[in-house]
Structures are given as C-alpha cells and as structure tokens.
Design a protein around this ligand. Structure first.
Ligand code: 5AD
Ligand code: FES
Length: 329
C-alpha cells in the first residue's frame, strides 16, 4: 500500500477499507504517524471548523451494578466510598452552570437503579424548564421505555460507549454483560431520536490491532454523532490491575482514524488521555478531536468517581478547571 494515496483518501472521502485501516494502525515511524494525524486535523477543520465545544461533565453517582473487569467503580469493589447526588442538588448545579454560560450538561453515572426512570425524567424536565442547556445522558443500559421517557422529557443526547465492536473481546471485558444487548441499546437510542455517542478504550486487556480495526469499521458503518476514545488505565482494585496502560501513540492514531471515517462526529479530547500525558488533551485536539469535557462534579463527590487512578483534575475546583481548560485551548 502507498501512504500518499492513503492520506489522499483520508482527506477526500474517508471511506477506508479494512486493509487501509489496518495499514494506518500499523504505521510506526513518527513522520508517517504525523501525516495521518495531519490528515485528521484537516478533516476536522473542513467539517467542524476551529471551535472547541465545551461540555460540562457532572458525575451524579459512582454506584454501579455491573462488573466490567477494568473499571474502578465496578460493583464488587468495596474499597471505594459510594455516593449519589440528590436530584435537587443536580438541578441546582445545572442552573449554576447555565448562568456560567455552559451550553451542555453531561450527566454521567454508574449503572445505578436507585435513579428510577421517573426521577431522571423529573431532573431532565426541570433542567429543560429552568435553563437553556442541552442535556446529555450517560447512564448505561436501561430499558427502551426509560430511554423513551427521558427523550420525551427533553434529553438531547446519549453516550453509551460500545466498548468493543468485537464480540469476543466484549465478552472478555464484560463477563456479566451481553454484546447483542449493548448494540441493541445503541440502535434504540438512535431510533428514539437521540444524538448517539459510542466509544472505546485503547490498549484494553486482550485487545489487538485487529480489534481496533473492528472499532474503526464500527465507527465507519454506524456513524455515531459522538465518539469517546481514551487509553486504558489499570485500576489497582480490579482484576486487570496488572495490565499495562494504553499508549498515547495508539490512542492518537485511533482518534485520527475516527475523525477520518466519521467526518463530522463530535470527538472529545478525553480526561483519560490527559491523565497519562500532560499535553494529552492538546495532542488529541491536534489529531481530530474537537470537544473538551471539564469536570463540574462538586469536589466532595468527584474524588470518589475513580474509574481509574490518577485521574486528571480530581482535586481542582471547578473555577480553576474552567480557566485552565480555556488556557489550554
Ligand atoms: N481506564 C480507562 N477508561 C476506563 N473506563 C472505565 N474504566 C476505565 C479504565 N480503567 C471508560 C469506559 C467507560 C467510560 C466511562 O470510562 O470506556 O465507558
Ligand atoms: Fe459500571 Fe461497567 S463497571 S458499567
């Protein structure tokens, strides 16, 4: 394969074949990788412009019913303090964020059945009534009826990382979950009219370059509205504690290829890449990403939302995060 022709195709249509995706993922010289990243940056500029979108992240609960083998807030982990933000506190925080000029609130939680469909619909309804903000939900797998109720209450977007497009890898990472069900949820969300976000970790235990090609093919074929991509980071209180961290280089190649195959999707420069490399988020923004998600979870809760250790911005107060983020951009 010829790199010049591949780069041209990345910039013109992005309709890459599996062989081309694999070739790009296997690039290893710094100059070749820089060309791939440059192509993604050009595609980002042409399709999304130069604005960086800001999304206010609020982690409303770290309580989770699931056992994903990599995740620090998995149900069997007894070493963490579990919290739940009361609904009124969430709505009040949303109003503050709205006054600060934030345009989107992303409410994220472990899979926590404590928040009934009606409770969440009530929170969404109040935020929609009292603020101008778009509402993004990230509450994991729920019944179709919950997703429908929340859409009717005014929710705009839903993030549900697909985690692994490869069925066997999905199973190996999630012993208590079902691949078909995950994919089904993503399709239902789209059918209900949500803007849908997918995504995956890079360097997850057992993941090889063929699996990453499956993920890029998935982004190419499903065309999610958003895609969250960050490195795997081992958490000491999980069964995968001894597995190595994903690399910055492979994460950037994946961000670049996702930009290239989706053209205009919203791609966050994730906290995870910022956590393994000081300039990680800036590098992602230069490799096709166009969104940042500063963390506005109140400090007393935030320290407990530890899906992986040494998470970025765990102790900074929100005002500091806000100015730091603007400076970085
Ligand atoms: N390292 C990196 N990312 C993780 N996630 C969960 N655990 C880890 C980890 N140890 C990601 C998953 C999940 C998202 C909220 O965070 O992809 O969907
Ligand atoms: Fe909570 Fe995976 S551990 S959804």
């Amino acid at each position: 394969m010829n790199l010049d022709i591949l780069i041209q195709k990345c910039e013109s249509t992005g309709a890459l074949s599996r062989d081309e995706i694999l070739y790009a993922l296997n690039l290893d010289s710094k100059t070749d990788i820089a060309r791939l990243i440059g192509a993604a940056d050009a595609v980002r500029k042409a399709n999304c412009g130069d604005d960086v979108q800001i999304r206010a992240l609020v982690e409303i609960s770290n309580t989770c019913a699931r056992q994903c083998l990599y995740c620090g807030i998995r149900a069997p982990n007894t070493h963490i303090h579990r919290y739940r933000m009361p609904p009124d506190e969430i709505v009040e925080l949303a109003k503050e964020l709205d006054q600060k000029g934030l345009r989107t609130i992303v409410m994220q939680s472990g899979e926590d059945p404590y928040y009934t469909a009606e409770m969440v619909a009530d929170i969404i309804g109040k935020i929609k009534r009292d603020t101008q903000m778009a509402v993004t939900l990230c509450f994991g797998e729920r019944p179709e009826s919950d997703y429908r109720l929340w859409k009717q209450a005014g929710a705009d977007r839903y993030l549900l990382r697909h985690e692994a497009a490869n069925r066997e890898l999905y199973k190996a990472l999630h012993p208590d979950s079902d691949y078909g069900q995950r994919m089904h949820c993503l399709h239902i969300l789209r059918r209900l009219g949500y803007q849908v976000g997918a995504g995956c970790m890079i360097g997850a235990p057992g993941q090889g370059v063929e699996h990453l090609a499956d993920d890029i093919e998935y982004f190419r074929d499903f065309q999610p509205d958003m895609a969250g991509i960050g490195p795997y980071i081992p958490h000491p209180d999980t069964p995968f504690a001894d597995h190595p961290t994903g690399t910055v280089e492979m994460t950037l190649k994946m961000v670049a290829l996702t930009r290239i195959v989706t053209r205009n999707a919203l791609l966050p420069a994730t906290t995870a890449i910022g956590s393994i490399e000081e300039r990680g988020r800036e590098m992602a923004l230069e490799a096709g990403a166009d969104v940042v998600m500063p963390n506005y979870t109140p400090l007393k809760y935030r320290v407990h939302y530890e899906i992986y250790p040494n998470k970025r911005c765990i102790t900074e107060d929100p005002a500091h995060c806000d100015s730091c983020m603007r400076l970085r951009i």
